[in-house]
Design a protein around this ligand. Structure first.
Ligand code: NAD
Length: 371
């Protein structure tokens, strides 16, 4: 089985879909690896670190001959166009943002496994790139918040008196939010967490954080949250506003699949925040959780700083690439058997992760968004 690994071309993308240790494992599995030159360079992995791998500069030439193509971001249209009909692609796609590309994948009968579609079930955890990348983002958000504050997070006793620990509020306690809570706590902050899924209370508390209980239960499908009604929003604001106003650092991570980011912090709530407080908005990609957020920018609103970085995992490219490559390997291992591709459509992971196959868009939500 020939695998082609692309060099990422989108702005600010530093990750690579394959790292040397995982290349070795794929070779052991019976695969042949062909990489685009300098694919790992932005993750600080030189071509020379990959053993028994061949390199070529031209992506079209590379994919034309490959059974499986791997990348982090979806490949460019002309690269997909050069892929062999019926070959396999593994990458993030987000079909609703890439309707033309999705149609091309369909028309070329590519079997595309979209990494964002890996089901959130125990057996798929090792293939779950959304989670591996979100964990890194959550960690980074606490560091980024701390360096944007003009104060420290931990309590510190000095010869001239004690400094009180900072208060950190994390809104949205999925994978990223829980990692943000854990990291802020390790840095010495007093931590509080809030989510609309009640099961997150215990998870926050196990990380030494207080849970801000609003009494709202907005559990949706598949372990995700659903959108809130106006009544629920008002009920939440009545409880959460006080915590927003007391926080030195707020990290927001709230997302609803396929929808714009819910707005958790209104302009009025920002206006009531402490002088010098910082918001790190990890939901910038979907428009942000704060009404003042400008995706990709740092803005100053009065005395409050709002930081809204895009593609945070890419800032930690070395580890992000390592985890991503392992996630993809575990997925590939499901369908490469005895040196050949064998897709078992009875396997929930194969069936649910497939965006396109055999000339069809397999994922219903994507089909609706695209066709
Ligand atoms: P996500 O990125 O979709 O959303 C982040 C968080 O925002 C979620 O916790 C969500 O409840 C919360 N949120 C949405 N609207 C909100 C609002 N108005 N106010 C406050 N919070 C709001 O989440 P994720 O990190 O991808 O995790 C989603 C779910 O999948 C979780 O239940 C998680 O435990 C589960 N999960 C399961 C597995 C597995 O079993 N393999 C792996 C990863 C995640």
């Amino acid at each position: 089985v020939k695998i082609a690994v692309l060099k990422e071309t989108r702005a600010n993308e530093r990750r690579v879909a394959l790292v040397p240790a995982v290349a070795d494992k794929l070779i052991k599995l019976g695969c042949e690896i062909h990489m685009q030159s300098d694919a790992g360079a932005a993750s600080r992995i030189p071509d020379s670190a990959y053993k028994n791998v061949t390199f070529a500069a031209n992506p079209q030439g590379l994919v034309g001959d490959a059974d499986i193509v791997v990348s982090v971001q979806p490949p460019a249209m002309d690269v997909v166009d050069a892929m062999k009909d019926g070959s396999v692609l593994l990458s993030f796609v987000y079909a609703h943002k890439e309707p033309e590309l999705t149609k091309l994948l369909r028309d070329k009968k590519i079997t595309c496994f979209a990494m964002e579609l890996v089901p959130r079930i125990s057996r798929a955890q090792a293939m779950d790139a959304l989670s591996s990348q979100a964990a890194l983002s959550g960690y980074y958000s606490a560091l980024l918040g701390s360096t944007n504050l003009a104060r420290i997070l931990p309590m510190m006793t000095t010869a001239v008196g004690s400094i009180r620990p900072a208060k950190c509020l994390v809104m949205g306690l999925g994978v990223a939010g829980l990692q943000a809570l854990a990291t802020a706590r390790r840095l010495g902050a007093m931590t509080e967490g809030y989510d609309v899924r009640p099961e997150t209370k215990e998870q926050a508390e196990s990380l030494g954080a207080k849970f801000v209980d609003t009494g709202v239960d907005a559990r949706g499908e598949g372990g995700y949250a659903r959108e809130l009604t106006q009544e629920e929003k008002d009920k939440i604001a009545a409880v959460v506003t006080k915590h927003i106003q007391q926080a030195d650092l707020i990290i927001t991570t709230a997302a609803i699949p396929g929808r714009p980011s819910p707005k958790l912090i209104s302009k009025a709530q920002v206006d009531g925040m402490k002088n010098g407080a910082v918001i790190v908005d990890l939901a910038a990609e979907g428009g942000g959780n704060c009404e003042y957020t400008k995706p990709g920018e740092t803005v100053q609103v009065g005395q409050v700083t709002i930081v809204a970085p895009l593609n945070v995992p890419s800032l930690l490219a070395e580890h992000a690439s390592e985890l991503y490559a392992k996630n993809q390997f575990n997925l590939i291992e499901l369908f490469v058997k005895d040196g050949a591709i064998a897709l078992d459509w009875g396997d929930e992971i194969i069936a649910k992760t497939a965006l396109t196959h055999g000339g069809d868009i397999k994922n219903e939500a994507a089909k609706k968004a695209v066709e």
